[in-house]
Ligand binder design. Structure first.
Ligand code: AMP
Length: 115
């Protein structure tokens, strides 16, 4: 999608620190990390948010959450102690980039409730 910064990252049109990539998704380091480990996992296809997912996206979401996130958590060294997966959605959900992304945060003790 034109003017979507995460589409541009997925298409390698702007630089990012990619830590994982396959045909369906990309994971890269967050520009403003909120924890020692903070990566974003995004589908390559443009989906605005969790609310825009459809039946056709079931395999894609399962791939991200069943395959990619646990593998990354292990590789990045946070699987054992624990980590958080967050998909901010909409304005009050704190979503600033309108391309579906899963934050993977870890490497420190995370507080609850979030701000
Ligand atoms: P959210 O506020 O949930 O929409 O998360 C968007 C995240 O994208 C924020 O944590 C930003 O720091 C991050 N971000 C924005 N632009 C970039 C970029 N070019 N490269 C890496 N992370 C980015």
């Amino acid at each position: 999608m034109a003017d979507c910064i995460f589409c541009k990252i997925a298409q390698h049109e702007i630089p990012s620190s990619i830590v994982y990539e396959d045909e369906q998704c990309v994971a890269f380091k967050d520009l403003e990390p909120q924890a020692p480990v903070h990566v974003l996992v995004i589908p390559k296809k443009h989906v605005e948010s969790v609310l825009a997912l459809t039946d056709a996206d079931r395999a894609l979401v399962a791939h991200i959450l069943v395959d990619v996130v646990p593998q990354l958590a292990r590789e990045l060294g946070v699987a054992e102690k624990g980590f958080r997966v967050v998909a901010n959605t909409g304005d009050e959900g704190g979503q600033s980039v309108k391309h579906l992304h899963f934050h993977l945060l870890g490497g420190r003790s995370l507080q609850w409730p979030p701000g």
